[in-house]
Design a protein around this ligand. Structure first.
Ligand code: NAD
Length: 258
């Protein structure tokens, strides 16, 4: 199997895209650490993937240095290694720039950027010791494009491209690759929440938010699925050489073609 016994730490994996990647990686033979804010939810998600020898749930707020360091130490103590990190945890907060509360701006950057940095920093020594590893960052079409009201999200998702490129350059000598996946709209809780919010803000129906805003620029009016994103994640995680590192791949039904 492609991920035979490889230890995969996935953040924000109790639900949504992270959980979909956890399911796909488990099906490919990986041993999975499901990290999320609440221990109970992480454990419940892990229990659906296999017994304690195959899956572990851990509480980890990716924006907190001690929580990340402790969580990564727990994964290594449990499974003996970390082969793949998927830095996926994320949220969305929307405001026009001139009204964006500074505290919410900082919270967004902390979860997306501090989280990516802290988990990377904690995992790299383990990957370097074994001379191999793969790191995937969950970017977005918003790593390449902008949308109104999403200043903090767009800034954070663009920032991940820079981090991945540096990790790709530093990690190459140690067999570690780093890449970014950039999905279009995927119908998870994060997006379900935005549909009524945007309908209210824009004074249009929820159907029009989906059709005229979210999917207007796709080639076929379709949402990207969790399964689509998980398949791309598997390709990045298992690619056999440094030919695929420091890259970003958009999976968005043609919404973005950069
Ligand atoms: P989701 O809300 O369904 O899941 C996000 C998960 O992250 C939740 O389980 C949540 O508890 C967890 N989380 C939030 N803050 C955390 C923190 N500080 N520490 C640890 N875990 C935390 O969202 P999703 O749609 O699955 O999004 C996952 C990732 O994919 C995010 O980075 C998001 O920006 C990105 N993304 C989503 C879409 C989309 O359309 N859904 C598109 C492009 C990129």
């Amino acid at each position: 199997m492609q991920l035979e016994n490889k230890v995969c730490l996935i953040t924000g994996a109790a639900r949504g895209i992270g959980f979909g990647i956890a399911q796909r990686f488990a099906a490919a033979g990986g041993r999975i650490a499901v990290a999320d804010l609440e221990a109970k939810e992480a454990a419940a998600a892990a229990a659906t993937l296999g017994d304690a020898t195959r899956a572990l749930g851990i509480a980890m707020n990716v924006a907190e240095e001690a929580a990340v360091d402790d969580g990564v130490a727990k994964v290594v103590a449990h499974f003996g290694a970390i082969d793949i990190l998927v830095s996926n945890a994320g949220i969305q907060i929307v405001h026009p720039v001139e009204e964006f509360p500074f505290a919410e701006w900082k919270r967004m950057l902390a979860i997306h950027l501090d989280g990516a940095f802290l988990t990377t920093r904690a995992c790299l020594p383990h990957m370097y010791r074994q001379g191999r590893g793969a790191i995937l960052y969950m970017g977005s079409v918003h790593s390449k494009e902008a949308s109104p009201l999403k200043a903090a999200y767009v800034t954070a998702k663009h920032g991940l491209l820079g981090l991945a490129r540096v990790v790709a350059k530093e990690g190459a000598a140690h067999g570690v690759r780093a890449n970014v996946i950039c999905p279009g709209f995927v119908k998870t809780a994060l997006v379900e929440k935005q549909i009524p919010e945007q309908a209210k803000t824009l004074g249009i129906s929820e159907q029009d938010v989906v059709k005229k805003i979210m999917l207007a620029n796709t080639v076929d009016g379709e949402f990207t699925t969790v399964e689509d994103v998980a398949e791309v994640a598997l390709t990045f995680a298992t690619f056999p050489s440094n030919a695929l590192t420091g890259q970003s791949l958009v999976v968005s039904h043609g919404w973005c073609m950069n």
